[in-house]
Ligand binder design. Structure first.
Ligand SMILES: [Zn+2]
Ligand SMILES: [Zn+2]
Length: 107
């Protein structure tokens, strides 16, 4: 059950342009059911930029003895990124301390 944020009257579901909108019988306020969908899309985008957020923390990252596939340097920063999917797998990222080349390995 939904209530009008303006006058607290019970909103009535009405069909409008093929979808259901909740309208207030007193003041005519309309609550679009599409608002929740927008929020869900935003959350998916946050998952995509996980790599970028972790890159900002690179200064405090530990280093590992791994060979850079690009320049052959044998030292690289490493960090794990937990994939928030159903399988809960994690991905290991490396970044070369010399040329900043970044690559990843599935675990
Ligand atoms: Zn109202
Ligand atoms: Zn390198």
């Amino acid at each position: 059950m939904k209530f009008c944020p303006k006058c607290d009257a019970m909103l009535i579901p009405t069909k409008k342009e093929g979808s259901v909108v909740f309208t207030c019988p007193k003041c005519g306020y309309e609550m679009s059911p599409g608002e929740r969908e927008v929020r869900q899309i935003k959350r998916e985008k946050e998952n995509v930029v996980v790599i970028g957020r972790d890159e900002q923390k690179l200064r405090t990252l530990p280093t590992a003895k791994v060979e850079c596939p690009k320049c052959g340097n044998k030292k690289a920063f490493y960090w794990m990124v937990q994939t928030r999917g159903a399988d809960e797998s994690s991905t290991q990222f490396f970044r070369c301390t010399k040329c900043n080349y970044t690559w990843r390995e599935m675990t």
